[in-house]
Design a protein around this ligand. Structure first.
Ligand SMILES: [Zn+2]
Length: 339
């Protein structure tokens, strides 16, 4: 009995070591350890036929061999699994197709592109201006003198050691640059990032997007301004949209207006978004102030101009019902994947 046990152990260990994959190892395991017909199982079952005097010694040996075979199977299985894993990492014959997640345009960019297309179709030139701007183009040229209170409302980030440089607070900074470069007649839009020194909350952010539009030429009037704004409002919110203009002071226009459209969520009936007024404020506009035309190198006796500005970030908030402006600059993938 002892002899056949040792012979079996030797044979089993040899076959375990020779098993070259998991399937082969399982076959070996069943052959020796299988409940129904395993060779070692059969010997253990027959222990009762061993003479009583030898039984404890033979039993102990059989158990020792069983544990040895089990341990060897376990070890071999781990080695085979590790080898499979390594092979799958280093399989140079496998063709490599990189996984690429396709992104989408940021909601602000989508609205910007949509409006650029719209204005381009109306014959507007699409221009650009620097985000790091001079005090002159951002404020002084726009009739905002150094001691003007509007500077308090548009506090921004200034550049150390360069007292006349700042991060632009509005896309209106492009107006005088464009007049100097292109002269009149000119109709153009400029959109992009603007910056303010804000204590941020759900409605205020240090970085946001605006779109500025302006027209200069002979006999440019308030009627042109109203016509353009009506067209934009209908484009954005539908044919039935009404525009309401109410006087508002901006240093760089005279007269200036605050533009509202009928609330697209309640169709003017009143809701939480429009604070029950039925109107949504979406832009500021007016006829360009003679001072601004003069800084742009134009003769305000011969040409006049109109200007209007939209908060692109605000338009995106209204379009998608976003209630916290901070989400736009948060790089939150859960937020961005929705657009
Ligand atoms: Zn409403």
């Amino acid at each position: 009995m002892e002899h056949s046990l040792k012979a079996l152990q030797e044979k089993a260990l040899k076959e375990i070591a020779g098993a070259n994959d998991i399937d082969a190892l399982e076959t070996v395991e069943i052959q020796y350890m299988g409940r129904a017909a395993g060779e070692l199982t059969a010997i253990l079952k027959n222990l009762k036929d061993v003479p009583a005097a030898e039984r404890p010694r033979t039993g102990a040996l059989a158990n020792e061999i069983k544990q040895d075979i089990e341990a060897q199977i376990l070890e071999r299985r781990e080695a085979l699994l590790a080898r499979e894993e390594n092979e799958s990492v280093f399989d140079v014959t496998e063709s490599y197709v990189p996984r690429r997640e396709s992104g989408t345009l940021h909601p602000t960019t989508q609205i910007q592109y949509e409006l650029e297309d719209f204005f381009a179709a109306m014959g507007f030139r699409i221009i650009d201006g620097p985000e790091l701007e001079s005090d002159f183009y951002n404020f002084s040229a726009l009739n905002i003198a150094p001691d003007h209170p509007a500077r308090d409302m548009q506090d921004t980030l200034y550049i150390k050691d360069h007292p006349t440089w700042l991060m632009r607070t509005q896309t209106s900074s492009v107006q005088v640059r464009a007049m100097r470069e292109y002269g009149a007649p000119l109709q153009a839009i400029a959109s992009g990032r603007c910056f303010r020194n804000e204590a941020t909350d759900a409605r205020h952010e240090h970085t946001f997007h605006q779109l500025e539009g302006f027209v200069v030429g002979e006999d440019v009037s308030f009627a042109h301004l109203k016509g353009i704004l009506d067209a934009v409002a209908r484009h954005l919110y539908g044919e039935d949209t009404q525009v309401r203009l109410r006087p508002k002071y901006y240093p760089f226009v005279e007269p200036g207006v605050n533009g509202e459209v009928t609330c697209s969520f309640c169709a003017g009936g009143g809701c939480a978004l429009c604070k029950q007024t039925g109107w949504l404020e979406i832009f500021g506009a007016g006829l360009i102030h003679p001072h601004v035309l003069k800084e742009g190198g134009l003769d305000s006796k011969k040409v006049s101009g109109l200007a209007f500005g939209f908060g692109l970030t605000r338009l995106a908030m209204l379009k998608y019902g976003i209630n916290d402006i901070r989400l736009f600059m948060s790089a939150d993938m859960q937020f961005l994947k929705q657009f």
